[in-house]
Design a protein around this ligand. Structure first.
Ligand SMILES: O=C(O)C1=C[C@@H](OP(=O)(O)O)[C@@H](O)[C@H](O)C1
Ligand SMILES: C=C(OP(=O)(O)O)C(=O)O
Length: 432
């Protein structure tokens, strides 16, 4: 069934884990496929996006076994030379991370490939990747001068390292250029004004590649080979964020979400919730496969409005829809600004969040680069839609836990992209 109905929740109580980190799961498969020998992965996210990444590399002849029950993936490869010309077009489904990082890999491989995805991928901008890759010497073609999918890569041209300043903070663009840089002559340096998530840098180092990090500049010199290894993937903070948001707004909640990646370039949602007055503590802080991990404990407390802007934005970009839901319950004004990137996700998330929050009775205005929310406002149940955007479907499910009456979410299955088991988790926590 692709519709779910939520009613006001009991206090959320207990201890829970969430599925593996999506960003790290994609990279584990990609880097394992580029590495020599065997890579084993535990805690792999069995979501549609990451399964699509596996399929793309299987289509290039890489031997990958996925045990969905156990969350284990085993990849056997012979390094970059282990990737072969795919006989079909590479289908990334709904996954922007897959297509963007893969373009960086494909640019340096000596074969022809075509890559594309679903209706949402067809609307997402690719020139941010294809322009700098062309500057490196890649032969890339596509709709509107390679701005949109489908995109064809005629690999085999010589790539040269570049020194490139990112026009927008984007880990996808940074990663794609570093992956092309691995296959280029000379050094590739990517500079960003605001630091985006650094999972690529951390994992490349773990696979034996020299990555030079100097402030906000990351450099890589072409030629090194990756060595297969074991990767343990923590729970996804972007998934945990929905449960933390629920515990922040449902009265008398007290929740522990264990084994979550809290990499500082990713964990901005915790800073935003704390700035709003949420009571959050981190326990069992540790380093797992080069990534900071902790258990997150949250108790419901009265919330106040805050400003979410600047360098914080890339650290919580995917959590903004659910933070907007939280902001409706905070005293005073919450201003989200510098977040134009929201327009280029699975949907225009400024539009899909603001329009539907209004439908629930929230006091919210869209702005050019974000939104302004006045709270607290009691929400009333209504019919909403995910528009096939997982973060939108899940954010409005959380709104349904505090809205009066019932809230029906159409297109609810979108959660399968990044958080399989989301509805079971929410129901287990919110019903006594
Ligand atoms: O590198 C990644 O794994 C991701 C980077 C972000 O995108 P941008 O790089 O476009 O900001 C984020 O929104 C996406 O969900 C995952
Ligand atoms: C934007 C997202 O992912 P992607 O860019 O990989 O489609 C997301 O997970 O919210």
């Amino acid at each position: 069934m692709d519709t779910e109905t939520m009613i006001p929740s009991e206090p959320l109580r207990g201890n829970i884990t969430v599925p593996g980190d999506k960003s790290i799961s994609h990279r584990a498969v990609m880097f394992g496929a580029m590495a020599h020998g065997r890579t084993t992965v535990d805690g792999f996210l069995d979501g549609e996006d990451c399964r699509q990444t596996i399929k793309c590399f299987q289509n290039m002849g890489v031997h990958i076994q996925h045990d969905r029950e156990q969350g284990k993936v085993t990849i056997e490869s012979r390094g970059l030379e282990g990737l072969h010309v795919p006989s079909q077009w590479l289908d990334v489904g709904n996954s922007g991370t897959t297509i963007r990082l893969m373009l960086g890999i494909l640019a340096g491989r000596p074969f022809f490939s075509v890559i594309g995805g679903d209706e949402s991928i067809a609307k997402r901008p690719m020139a941010r990747i294809t322009d700098p890759l062309k500057k490196m010497g890649a032969a890339i073609y596509g709709r509107d001068d390679a701005t949109y999918t489908p995109i064809a890569v005629n690999g085999g041209t010589k790539l040269n390292g570049i020194d490139y300043e990112l026009p927008v903070a984007s880990a996808q663009v940074k990663s794609a250029l570093l992956l092309a840089g691995l296959q280029a002559e000379g050094t590739t340096t990517v500079r960003e004004e605001t630091r985006s998530r650094d999972h690529t840098e951390r994992m490349l180092q773990a696979f034996g590649v020299d990555v030079n990090i100097d402030g906000h500049a990351v450099s890589i010199t072409g030629g090194p080979s990756l060595q297969g290894r074991h990767v343990d993937i923590p729970g996804d903070i972007s998934s945990a964020a929905f449960l933390l948001a629920a515990a922040a707004i449902v009265k008398n909640s007290h929740l522990r979400v264990s084994n979550i990646g809290v990499n500082p370039t990713r964990a901005g949602v915790l800073d935003a919730l704390v700035a709003m007055g949420a009571d959050i503590t981190l326990e069992n802080e540790r380093l797992v496969s080069g990534e900071p991990v902790a258990d997150i404990v949250i108790s419901e407390k009265p919330l106040r409005g805050t400003t979410i802007s600047g360098a914080l934005i890339p650290r919580l970009i995917d959590e903004l829809p659910v933070l907007a839901v939280v902001a409706t319950q905070a005293e005073g004004q919450t201003v989200i600004t510098d977040a134009t990137e929201l327009k280029y996700k699975e949907t225009n998330r400024i539009e899909t969040t603001v329009e539907q929050l209004r439908r629930l009775g929230a006091n919210v205005e869209a702005t050019e680069d974000g939104m302004v929310i006045e709270g607290p406002t009691p929400l009333s149940g209504a019919e909403v839609h995910s528009f096939n955007d997982h973060r939108i479907g899940m954010a409005f499910t959380i709104a349904g836990l505090i809205a009066k009456g019932s809230t029906t979410i159409h297109g609810s299955q979108a959660n399968e992209i990044s958080f399989p088991g989301f509805y079971e988790a929410v129901r287990a926590l919110s019903t006594p």
